[in-house]
Ligand binder design. Structure first.
Ligand code: AHG
Ligand code: MN
Ligand code: MN
Length: 345
């Protein structure tokens, strides 16, 4: 007989901490916790595993290409966009933890259908971010945020969806790339989990992620240069102008899937931006299921996110699919961008 059981002392599970265990441990520490939050994460992580599996087999299973439809944003819909949307909706509504969902691919809020009970949370998501990368084997992802419901009971509504990012309870993203990763932010910080396909689980690989205060990379679609306002052009000119003392010029990286560009920015520092231009009066990115969740993750990791004049998390949403300019990343780089673009002529 040994005094320590053979499965080891209490603490992280061996050989690693699963996403489920991580969320559960943190929820147990919260007074009055019911397990709803852990349950919702289980549903999201199940959806992520199913989507990840489909993404990796897409070329084999003729699941690439367009459906022939155009979504509420006026964009071509990929088959995988719809598959990812439907997978998340059906996994999550069956769990009974949300009262309503909001998705990039669906015009109106998605109520939970009978016979599933409406829960106390609201889930908003971009089922597949960076759809343009699907057919070329580059990274794509899923972005999500969770709020508490505002309406008291019954099916949720638009009112539950239109909440500012500062009231997010948890947010995160999944990257389907060279490996699949699940990153989430909640009161306990930002943590990353890497998928082990042999086990079929996400394991903690990046504990307590902190974004560097300053980076050396800027990420923006510079093809839009001549469509930007003068202040924006001034900042990009400034960041490219050699200045050895301050570490400029910065390097430029742009994958074209925000979730992948943001993930690099979170780990290495720097800035990702999608400003307004003559084609996109308010920028291209959607507030509720792209900009807000990643702004929450970024702030929780010690970074910043601005719409050019204020904090993205303080924007009061008025429409499910509203767009916002976004400057997100290392705190010093975001402050520089806002300062230089707003300098007097
Ligand atoms: P989605 O695929 O969900 O529509 O999002 C695409 C977004 C975002 O991921 C990316 O940063 C941006 O569109 C790229 O836009 P440009 O091609 O205009 O640079
Ligand atoms: Mn997107
Ligand atoms: Mn999308």
């Amino acid at each position: 007989m040994t005094s320590i059981p053979s499965w080891g002392p209490p603490g992280p599970t061996l050989p690693g901490t699963t996403l489920e265990r991580h969320v559960l441990d943190r929820q147990r520490a919260m007074p009055g916790a019911t397990g709803d939050f852990t349950g919702l994460f289980q549903q999201i992580s199940l959806a992520a595993k199913i989507i990840g599996s489909k993404v990796h087999k897409a070329g084999l299973t003729r699941f690439l290409g367009l459906t022939g439809e155009v979504n509420v944003q006026g964009e071509q819909v990929q088959k995988l966009d719809i598959f990812a949307n439907n997978t998340i909706v059906s996994c999550v509504e069956a769990g009974g933890h949300v009262c309503v969902m909001g998705s990039e691919e669906v015009d109106e809020p998605i109520p939970v259908r009978d016979p599933f009970p409406p829960g106390k949370y609201v889930l908003q998501f971009d089922p597949l971010d960076g759809s343009g990368n699907i057919d070329v084997n580059a990274s794509i992802g899923t972005i999500f945020s969770i709020h508490r419901r505002k309406t008291p009971s019954g099916p949720g509504s638009l009112e539950d969806c239109l909440q500012p990012g500062r009231d997010i309870v948890a947010a995160g993203y999944v990257i389907y790339g060279s490996s699949n990763m699940f990153v989430y932010a909640a009161a306990g910080g930002v943590h990353g989990f890497t998928f082990d396909p042999a086990v079929g689980e996400f394991f903690l690989s990046h504990e307590n992620i902190r974004i560097p205060k300053r980076g050396r990379i800027y990420s923006i679609n510079e093809g839009n240069y001549n469509l930007w306002e003068p202040g924006m052009r001034r900042w990009v000119d400034w960041i490219k102008r050699p200045d050895a003392e301050h570490g400029r010029p910065y390097s430029h990286r742009y994958i074209g899937a925000m979730v992948a560009d943001f993930h690099r920015t979170l780990l290495k520092g720097g800035i990702f931006a999608y400003p307004p231009d003559t084609k996109h009066e308010h920028g291209k990115l959607r507030l509720l299921y792209e900009a807000s969740p990643l702004s929450f993750v970024c702030e929780m990791a010690g970074g910043a996110a601005s719409d050019g004049s204020g904090r993205v998390l303080d924007i009061e949403p008025t429409a499910l699919h509203q767009r916002t300019p976004l400057y997100i990343g290392s705190a010093d780089d975001v402050a520089d961008a806002v300062r230089v673009m707003n300098e007097a002529e």
